[in-house]
Design a protein around this ligand. Structure first.
Ligand code: ZN
Length: 147
């Protein structure tokens, strides 16, 4: 199945009508691994979709979030970024380049689960664990590398 058909199917499964704008926006965010902002998506799709306004991008993003097709990621300055990767996962956020990197580690996950179990927290059923690790790149020209 090609990407567009796959995106169409996801919209239908979520109970949404397939519109050109939803298709274009969901497709753009799915293909990005940068955790884009609405502005990033706007810049990316405007050449081929000159009638799409930033307001439409925002409202479409909200609809996609409501239906669980994408997730919101809040960063330090309060700016909203979006994530097409809706499974539980951790983020590393770099405050000097604004990069958001997915960070998944089974060992860390188990460690936190064990820790929470040992803490014996009353009256809470933990349904999701995701860490937001914030830092500054030491050398901005290099990628953040997890060993
Ligand atoms: Zn992510």
């Amino acid at each position: 199945m090609n990407q567009i058909n796959h995106t169409k199917e996801r919209l239908i499964k979520a109970g949404l009508k397939v519109t050109q704008q939803r298709l274009v926006i969901l497709n753009a965010i799915t293909q990005s691994d940068r955790h884009p902002s609405a502005e990033n998506i706007f810049e990316e799709v405007r050449v081929e979709n000159p009638t799409l306004s930033l307001a439409t991008i925002y409202s479409t993003m909200e609809t996609l979030v409501d239906k669980g097709l994408i997730k919101k990621v809040l960063v330090q300055d309060g700016a909203m970024r979006y994530d097409a990767h809706t499974d539980s996962h951790n983020h590393i956020y770099c405050t000097n380049t604004n990069e958001i990197i997915d960070f998944e580690d089974e060992e860390l996950r188990e460690l936190i689960k064990d820790f929470l179990a040992r803490k014996n927290i009353e009256n809470l059923d933990v349904t999701d664990i995701s860490l937001h690790i914030q830092g500054e790149k030491i050398d901005k020209r290099k990628h953040i590398k997890i060993n």
